[in-house]
Ligand binder design. Structure first.
Ligand SMILES: O=C(O)CCC(=O)C(=O)O
Ligand SMILES: [Fe+2]
Length: 391
C-alpha cells in the first residue's frame, strides 16, 4: 500500500514552496550607504535594476528598532484570545486592520504568519513639533447603509491601546514610525535628486508632508514551522505569498531569521525571473519600490515581487512601514520625466499607464488576490508591459 504524504491540518490551504537552500542567497544584495555623497545615484540605479536595496548607515538608532521589536514579540506571545480581541473580524464587513492570523486580506490568501496591521493616524501628525508624535490605530468597517464603498469612508476608529497593548507599545511604535518617516523622506528626496526632478520634495511631500497621506505599519510574526520536517523535507509553507507592495515605498526591518525572497529579473528578458533569498541583516533596512513609484517613474523603477518562506526552526519578526499618498493623489508619471523624454525625442514621453488615484488603486488592490498583477488593468494597451531596464 502506498501512503501519500499529506500536510498536517494546520497547513491545509497554505501553499508550499521549495525550501530555500544556501545557494539561493542573492550574491551581492544591492546596498546603498545613505550617508555617502553619491547616494542619490546609487538609489536610482538599484531601484531601476532591482526595485529594492539595502539601506546601510541610515542613521536610525538601534534602540528605536529594538524597543518596537521587543513589544511586537511580547504582543505575539500573548494568549490567542487576547490577540484575537484585536482582530478586524470576518465576513463582508471585516477590516484589513488589527490582528490577523494566517488569513491575509479578504480574498483567500493564506500564509504561515500572524500580524498586526496599523494605520498611522494622520490627524495626529504635526509639522510644527520638532518630535512629532503619531497615533496608531486600527480601524474597522462601520456597517453604514448609506455607504456603498466600504473602503472610502466607512471606517470608525477603535481605541488602539487596550489590554495587552500598553503605553510602552504605543510609544515604541510612535518612535519607530517617526524614524521611518524620516528615512522615507531621505530616500524619496534622493530619488527626486537622482532623477533630476525638482523640487526635491516632490515625492517625499506626498508621503510625509501631506496630512492626508496614507501610511501603514505592519508587524509580522512567522512562527517556526517544524510540521513538515519529516514528511516533506524539501518544502516550506508560504509565510507571505508573492506580491508587490502597492504604495510608493516600503521600508522593511527583520530580525535575524531568513525567509524573505525577491524576484530578480534577467537584464534582457523581463518575463524571466528567479527567486532568490535575501539574507537577513538586522542592522539594515530593505527599501522596496511600490507599484505607485513604478508608475510615477513611468516604469523606469521596478516594483519588486517578493514573498516570505516560513522557517522550520526559528521565528521571524518583521516590521514594515508603507508610505502611500493621500487617497485623492493622482498616480501618474512625473511631468518632468515625460517632458524631458519628449525633449530628447524619447519614446517614453507618453505615460505607459491609464491615470488613476491612489484611492482607486487601493480599492482595486483590496479586491484582488495577493499575487495578482494589480497594475495590469491600468497598463495602456499599446505599451509593452514593462520598460526595458537600464543596466
Ligand atoms: O514580513 C516580511 O518580511 C515581508 C512582508 C511583506 O512583504 C509585506 O507585509 O508586504
Ligand atoms: Fe510586501
Amino acid at each position: 500500500m502506498v501512503v501519500l504524504a499529506k500536510p498536517p491540518a494546520a497547513l491545509e490551504q497554505i501553499s508550499m514552496v521549495r525550501s530555500p537552500s544556501p545557494g539561493d542567497n542573492l550574491a551581492g544584495v544591492p546596498a546603498v550607504d545613505l550617508s555617502a555623497p553619491g547616494a542619490a545615484s546609487d538609489v536610482v540605479r538599484a531601484c531601476e535594476r532591482y526595485g529594492f536595496f539595502k539601506a546601510v548607515r541610515h542613521g536610525v538608532d538601534g534602540g528605536v528598532v529594538a524597543r518596537l521589536e521587543d513589544e511586537a514579540v511580547r504582543f505575539f506571545a500573548s494568549p490567542q484570545a487576547a490577540k484575537d480581541a484585536h482582530g478586524g473580524g470576518r465576513g463582508p464587513a471585516s477590516s484589513p486592520f488589527g490582528y490577523g492570523n494566517k488569513r491575509i486580506g479578504r480574498n483567500g490568501d493564506m500564509g504561515w504568519l500572524e500580524y498586526l496591521l496599523l494605520a498611522i493616524d494622520r490627524d495626529e501628525i504635526s509639522d510644527s513639533s520638532p518630535a512629532p508624535s503619531f497615533s496608531l490605530r486600527f480601524v474597522t468597517v462601520r456597517r453604514n447603509a448609506s455607504t456603498s464603498n466600504k473602503f472610502a469612508d466607512g471606517y470608525v476608529t477603535i481605541e488602539f491601546m487596550t489590554s495587552c497593548m500598553s503605553r510602552v507599545f504605543r510609544d515604541a511604535a510612535n518612535e519607530y514610525v517617526s524614524a521611518m518617516r524620516g528615512m522615507a523622506r531621505t530616500v524619496l528626496e534622493m530619488v527626486a535628486d537622482g532623477l533630476g526632478v525638482s523640487p526635491r520634495g516632490t515625492l517625499a511631500d506626498m508621503v510625509v508632508a501631506d496630512k492626508a497621506s496614507d501610511q501603514l505599519l505592519r508587524l509580522n510574526h512567522y512562527p517556526p514551522c517544524p510540521l513538515l520536517q519529516n514528511i516533506m523535507p524539501n518544502c516550506s509553507p508560504t509565510g507571505f505569498g508573492e506580491h508587490t507592495d502597492p504604495q510608493l515605498i516600503s521600508i522593511l526591518h527583520s530580525n535575524s531569521t531568513s525567509g524573505l525572497q525577491v524576484a530578480i529579473h534577467d537584464d534582457d528578458d523581463d518575463n524571466n525571473h528567479q527567486w532568490v533569498s535575501v539574507p537577513p541583516d538586522p542592522s539594515s533596512f530593505l527599501v522596496i519600490v511600490g507599484d505607485s513609484l513604478q508608475v510615477m517613474t513611468n516604469g523606469r523603477f521596478r516594483s519588486v515581487k517578493h514573498r516570505v518562506v516560513a522557517n522550520k526552526l526559528k521565528s521571524r519578526v518583521s516590521m514594515i512601514y508603507f508610505g502611500g499618498p493621500a487617497l485623492g493623489q493622482r498616480i501618474a508619471p512625473l511631468r518632468q520625466l515625460l517632458q524631458r523624454a519628449a525633449a530628447g525625442g524619447d519614446e517614453e514621453k507618453e505615460s505607459r499607464y491609464e491615470e488613476f488615484t491612489w484611492g482607486e488603486y487601493k480599492k482595486a488592490a483590496y479586491l484582488s488576490r495577493l499575487g495578482d498583477n494589480r497594475l495590469a488593468p491600468f497598463l495602456r494597451q499599446q505599451q509593452p508591459p514593462v520598460a526595458k531596464r537600464h543596466a
